[in-house]
Design a protein. Structure first.
Length: 421
């Protein structure tokens, strides 16, 4: 995927004569020590990362971690002290005032935490505001504003004033204003944190729906890990101005970089984020019609299982063959097993959260098959794996799992021998 934004060696130091801070940083002094020695506050400390075109990149951390400073350095609302900030290959640090103004008007738009609406203007005139400043023709800007309002679900409210709307609706006006100029990059600084929890959750869902159709590059700032996990394609976690980890939601949850990140994720319900794809395994399969019951029995014996999934030449799932059926078919000298497969199987997509598989896992006799959107078989998720991920490892007696595997192995051998009698 193409990188749209590149940040390299980014520093922001607040205070008089910020250059005197860098020797202290090189000596390993902490943010607090430097503040005490110099009176300078480090907002960003050597941040480096890229943001891919079309992704939702979340920057999160506690208050004072530097996350909001980062987003303001992207459009130079705050001037970086050192570093590179490239948008589409152009270094905004080297842009003239006019070039920067055009970049802000055409490439990036920002949605603020407290809406930033003009109370004396109607909704549609608030949405038009940026276009008006840019000198867009009145008829064209009205059309763009109305399209943006329809996109965020506010068609019919264009003549209302902000004070007549709920908090969630006001934030939609702010979002529509940002979208009206059709920017490549949408900067959202704590955009939903001022909203009530229920409205906030609804806005998160609406943003996901919008992104599914818009495919904008979104840089989203939040202090809420659940929000970051829900909407982010990748997450950068900051502490004391430093980026301590960057990864997908699953990477953050399953491989926290240090104790600071561990503290963030320890109370998160991982089963709602970790997907089937992350824990599935690739089992032995047979390919029909070329593989018959003898091949199936041999594969089951080798893998200590009493059933095997059957695929066609395109790797699409056809069904499941049990050891009982395979032994019977071999005894009767039936070579094509296709009409004897179990087809009433539960299949899930790779991005299905583990929590959604729990009810099926507690009742299923066989592993859950994972099938992609094209119908191709990707792997299986075992019952024990689902229960272990959702309820915790202590809910699954591993000795029982090993005993079941041993019993299945013995059962296969006994039935194979019976088939040859």
């Amino acid at each position: 995927m193409e990188d749209l934004v590149r940040i390299e060696g980014l520093f922001k130091v607040f205070g008089h004569d910020p250059e005197r801070v860098f020797p202290l940083l090189d000596q390993g002094h902490t943010k607090a020590e430097i503040l005490e020695k110099t009176g300078c506050a480090i907002g960003i400390n050597n941040a480096s990362f890229t943001i891919q075109k079309g992704e939702t990149f979340v920057v999160m951390g506690l208050s004072g971690s530097g996350k909001s400073t980062v987003i303001r350095c992207l459009n130079r609302l705050i001037e970086p002290t050192r570093g590179v900030v490239e948008i589409n290959g152009a270094d905004i640090m080297k842009m003239s005032s006019e070039e920067l103004l055009q970049c802000r008007r055409k490439t990036m738009s920002m949605v603020f935490q407290h809406f930033g609406l003009l109370p004396q203007r109607t909704v549609v005139r608030n949405v038009e505001f940026g276009l008006e400043v840019a000198g867009i023709d009145p008829e064209e800007r009205r059309t763009k504003a109305m399209n943006a309002l329809e996109l965020v679900g506010l068609k019919g409210y264009e003549d209302q004033r902000p004070g007549e709307l709920s908090g969630g609706m006001q934030q939609r006006v702010g979002l529509a204003r940002a979208l009206a100029s059709d920017p490549e990059i949408l900067l959202m600084d704590e955009a939903f944190s001022a909203l009530d929890p229920l409205i906030r959750a609804n806005m998160q869902d609406e943003l996901l729906d919008l992104q599914a159709s818009m495919h904008k590059t979104i840089v989203f700032i939040t202090h809420d890990l659940d929000e970051a996990l829900k909407i982010g394609d990748r997450i950068a976690i900051m502490k004391d101005g430093e980026v301590v980890q960057i990864g997908t939601p699953e990477e953050i949850l399953t491989h926290p970089a240090d104790d600071y990140v561990k503290a963030f994720v320890q109370n998160v319900d991982k089963s709602k984020v970790i997907t089937a794809e992350a824990v599935m395994r690739k089992p032995q399969t047979i390919t029909v019609p070329k593989d018959g019951p003898h091949v199936a029995i041999r594969a089951m014996e080798k893998n200590n299982t009493s059933s095997i999934f059957a695929l066609d030449a395109d790797r699409k799932l056809q069904g499941l063959l049990t050891i009982d059926e395979a032994v019977r078919l071999e005894k009767e000298k039936v070579s094509d097993v296709r009409e004897h497969l179990m087809t009433d199987l539960y299949a899930a997509e790779p991005d299905t959260p583990m929590a959604d598989l729990l009810s099926r896992a507690t009742t299923a006799r066989y592993p859950i098959s994972i099938v992609d959107a094209q119908g191709r078989f990707r792997g299986i998720v075992d019952r024990a794996m689902v229960i272990g991920e959702v309820l915790g490892d202590d809910h699954e007696d591993t000795s029982t799992v090993h005993l079941e595997a041993l019993t299945e192995s013995q059962e296969i051998k006994m039935k194979q021998e019976a088939g040859h009698e």
